[in-house]
Design a protein around this ligand. Structure first.
Ligand code: NAI
Length: 510
C-alpha cells in the first residue's frame, strides 16, 4: 500500500534517550522534524541532545553534512521533561527499557495525552507488538518501528504490525522511514520479527559445528569470512554483540516458539555466560582480548606439491572458477563434459565433490568411491581466498594430499575440517535459507523483504533466498534432507516453501 510520509513540519517525540533513542532522534531531526526527547533518568535526555549535536558538528566537519543542515537539525532537538509536553507530537517513538509492563504503562499514559491522529511506535526488538497494543484503547495506531544499531548508520527499519495494527498506520510509517532515508520492510509481529529470527542459524550452526569438533573457532570464522563472504565470522560476531545479549535473544526466540528445536540455545554459549566470558566487553569470550593474549589463527594446510593429473568435470560455476584460477599456473588440465557421479574434479586418485549435506564418509560408502573429498560452499568460487574441505575416513592420505595441492595451486588456502555433514558455509546458508523460506511461508514478510532485511540489517553478502536460488533450490533441499538423515532432528526439517518450489520447478521468490 502506498501512503504519504508524515510531513517534516510535524513533531516527533522520542521517549528513551539511550543508544537507540538518541540515534532515532538524530535521524528525525535531520529529516526536518522538530524532535522532543524525553528520558526518566536525570540529565539523560539533555546529555543525549549534546552528544547528538556534537555528532552533527563532526559530520559537518567531515563534509558529510552541510554546516547549515547540521545547525538546523541541532536547533530542532528539544528537551522534554514530562509526558504532557509531548501532546502535540504526530509520531511518538518509544525506545525505553525492553520490558513489556514498562512499555505498556508508557503507551497507556501517552494515549490519554496525544491527539486522535497521533501514531504510536515502539522500537522493541523482541517484545510482541500485539502484546504491547493489548493494553491500549486503540491498538490500531501502534506499530513497531524497529531500527538497527547504530540507527543513524544502519539502513534497515522493520515496520512491525501487531494483530490490531491498522495497515494504514504501517503504511504511513513505511513511507516515513523511507523519507528519512531508510529502507523499510514490513513484518508481522512474530518472535524475532525478520532479522532476529532468520539470523539465528548463523550463530546456531557455528555453535553446533564447534560442539562437534568440526574445527576451532578461528578456523570456522575464517571459513565463514573468506569462503562464505560474511563480513564477520560467527564467533567474533557473538563476542562483539556480547554473549549475554546474543544468548538472551536466542533464548527469547526459542521460548516464544514454544521451544522449537530450530532455535535451541547452545550449552557452549551458556557456559561462556556462566563463566562471565561475555566477549569483547569483558575481555574474554571465544577469543581472549586481554593485553598480551596470544592471537589465534585459522588452521591452514601446509603447502603440498601438485604432481597428479587433473581432470575438471562438467561446466558448473565451481569447475569454471577452478579452470580460470588454474589457467595461468601451467597446470595441465583435461576437461571432461561431465561425470556420471557428479564429481567436479579428479586429481590423481582423489574425487572432489561439492558437499550435498552427507558426510564424505557416508558418501564414499554409498558410492564406492573411497577417495572422496568434499568442498564446502563459497560465496564466489572465483574470488574466495579460502575453502573448507573434508575427507572420507576411507580416503587415502595421498589422495587427500592431491586434492589439497590442487586447491592450493588454484590460489586457495585450505582448511581441512572434521568430516561433519554439510561442512560450514553450505550448512549455514542452507539453514538461513530454510528459516527465510519459513518466515515467508508463514506470512511474516515477503520474499524480497527477507532478502533485503538480511543484507541491510546484518550485512549478509547475499539475501538467503537469492543465495538458495544461486546454489539451486533442489541442492538446498538435498542438503537439509541429508542433515535430517544424519542427525535425526526436527531442527533440520525442510520448509514447505522449499519443498513446493522443488516440486514446481520454480524459485523461492515466486
Ligand atoms: P538504553 O538502555 O541505552 O536506553 C534506554 C533509555 O530509556 C535509558 O536512558 C532509560 O533511562 C530510559 N528509560 C527507561 N524507562 C523509561 C521510561 N519509562 N520513560 C522514559 N525513559 C525511560 O537501551 P537501548 O539499547 O537504547 O534500547 C532501547 C530499546 O530499543 C529497547 O526496547 C531495545 O530492545 C530496543 N533496541 C535496542 C537495540 C540495541 O542494539 N541496543 C537495537 C534495536 C532495538
Amino acid at each position: 500500500m502506498s501512503a504519504t510520509p508524515l510531513p517534516s513540519s510535524s513533531t516527533v517525540a522520542v521517549i528513551g534517550a539511550g543508544a537507540m533513542g538518541s540515534g532515532i532522534a538524530q535521524i528525525a531531526a535531520l529529516a526536518g522534524h522538530e524532535v522532543l526527547l524525553l528520558d526518566t533518568r536525570d540529565g539523560a535526555a539533555a546529555s543525549a541532545i549534546n552528544a547528538i549535536q556534537s555528532q552533527l558538528t563532526k559530520l559537518a566537519d567531515k563534509g558529510r553534512l552541510t554546516p547549515e543542515a547540521a545547525q538546523s537539525a541541532s536547533a530542532r532537538l528539544c528537551l522534554a521533561t514530562s509526558l504532557p509536553e509531548l501532546t502535540h507530537a504526530a509520531l511518538l517513538i518509544e525506545a525505553i527499557v525492553e520490558d513489556l509492563a514498562a512499555k505498556q504503562s508508557l503507551f497507556v499514559a501517552l494515549e490519554t495525552l496525544v491527539s486522535d491522529t497521533a501514531i504510536l511506535a515502539t522500537n522493541t526488538s523482541s517484545i510482541s507488538v500485539t502484546a504491547i497494543g493489548a493494553a491500549l484503547k486503540r491498538p490500531e495506531r501502534l506499530a513497531g518501528l524497529h531500527f538497527f544499531n547504530p540507527a543513524p548508520l544502519m539502513p534497515l527499519v522493520e515496520i512491525v504490525s501487531g494483530i490490531g495494527t491498522d495497515t494504514a498506520i504501517a503504511a504511513t510509517l513505511f513511507a516515513t522511514a523511507k523519507a528519512w532515508g531508510k529502507t523499510p520492510v514490513h513484518a508481522r509481529s512474530t518472535p524475532g520479527f525478520i532479522v532476529n529470527r532468520v539470523a539465528r542459524p548463523y550463530y546456531a550452526e557455528a555453535l553446533r559445528l564447534l560442539q562437534e569438533g568440526a574445527a576451532d573457532v578461528a578456523t570456522l570464522d575464517a571459513v565463514m569470512r573468506e569462503a562464505g563472504g560474511f563480513r564477520m565470522g560467527p564467533f567474533e560476531l557473538m563476542d562483539l554483540i556480547g554473549h549475554d545479549v546474543n544468548f538472551a535473544v536466542t533464548r527469547s526466540v526459542w521460548t516464544a516458539f514454544f521451544h522449537d528445536t530450530r532455535f535451541t540455545p547452545s550449552l557452549i554459549q551458556q557456559e561462556l555466560l556462566e563463566g562471565g566470558f561475555l566477549g569483547r566487553k569483558s575481555g574474554r569470550g571465544f577469543y581472549d582480548y586481554r593485553e598480551g593474549a596470544d592471537k589465534v589463527v585459522a588452521a591452514t594446510e601446509a603447502p603440498r606439491v601438485l604432481n597428479a593429473a587433473v581432470t575438471l568435470h562438467g561446466n558448473s560455476e565451481v569447475t569454471a572458477a577452478l579452470a580460470t584460477r588454474l589457467s595461468n599456473t601451467n597446470t595441465p588440465l583435461v576437461s571432461d563434459a561431465h561425470s556420471s557421479d557428479g564429481r567436479i574434479a579428479t586429481v590423481g586418485d582423489a574425487a572432489i565433490f561439492i558437499t550435498d549435506g552427507r558426510s564424505a564418509t557416508q558418501r564414499a560408502a554409498e558410492s564406492g568411491v573411497r577417495n572422496t573429498v568434499l568442498l564446502d560452499l563459497a560465496f564466489d568460487y572465483g574470488s574466495a581466498s579460502r575453502i573448507a574441505i573434508s575427507c572420507a575416513q576411507q580416503c587415502a592420505p595421498s589422495a587427500r594430499d592431491s586434492a589439497i595441492a590442487l586447491l592450493q595451486t588454484a590460489g586457495l588456502q585450505v582448511s581441512l575440517m572434521k568430516d561433519v555433514p554439510g561442512l560450514a558455509v553450505m550448512r549455514t546458508v542452507a539453514m538461513l535459507a530454510n528459516e527465510a523460506a519459513d518466515a515467508v511461508n508463514q506470512g511474516v514478510c515477503s520474499a524480497a523483504d527477507v532478502d533485503s532485511a538480511m543484507r541491510l540489517g546484518v550485512n549478509y553478502p547475499r539475501g538467503p533466498l537469492a543465495w538458495a536460488a544461486q546454489i539451486g533450490t533442489e541442492t538446498v533441499r538435498d542438503v537439509l534432507q541429508n542433515l535430517v538423515h544424519s542427525y535425526g532432528e526436527d531442527r533440520y526439517r525442510i520448509s514447505p516453501r522449499i519443498q513446493q518450489a522443488c516440486y514446481a520447478g520454480g524459485g523461492l521468490h515466486d
